[in-house]
Design a protein around this ligand. Sequence first.
Ligand SMILES: C[S@@+](CC[C@H](N)C(=O)[O-])C[C@H]1O[C@@H](n2cnc3c(N)ncnc32)[C@H](O)[C@@H]1O
Length: 176
Amino acid sequence: MTTAQLMAVDGQTTERECENLFLMAREVPAGQAIVEVGVFRGRSLCSLALGAQPRVQVFGIDVWRSEGDYAYACRALEDMCVAHRVILWPTTSASAASRWQGPIGLLHLDAAHDSESVHAEIEEWLPHCAPGAVIMVHDYGATFPGVVWAVERERRLCTWSGFGVRGTHAMLWVPT
Ligand SMILES: C[S@@+](CC[C@H](N)C(=O)[O-])C[C@H]1O[C@@H](n2cnc3c(N)ncnc32)[C@H](O)[C@@H]1O
């Protein structure tokens, strides 16, 4: 699979961000899940699925208000030969988090971008994250002050074993 093929999938994630997602997905150990909230047409989800190790299940959660976007994402996963690795869950972030079972090793948040929603998502998903898991929050930067506000609030409220920024991804490490 080439970078050009991946970037041909419609999406709002840059090539460098996709590469970062791919590399972070590779680190998730067998038995833990990779979860993306905010799939849209599937570009970032394909990056995660391409990087995931064989016994790591990948989940994509989105409300998909447009059926066309859902169908497009399904086709993109097939075209990238990763459909068998991915479970798509058409629901809200809050609903998925409330029913979630099992440890998450990597959580990619790219759904709503207002401060209250991002804060709520981190709070709702954090209890499902395994020790050492990473929460990646997309669009951490001047264009989305709500995302920055929510991430900074989390940094003050919770104890993290690490924090970093790569491109527009803020990354929070859950303590081991
Ligand atoms: C910025 S796009 C995601 C872009 C995608 N990650 C990519 O690589 O192109 C945001 C997506 O989040 C979804 N979304 C927004 N709020 C949501 C919520 N509360 N629960 C689930 N999905 C949501 C929207 O339907 C939209 O498809």
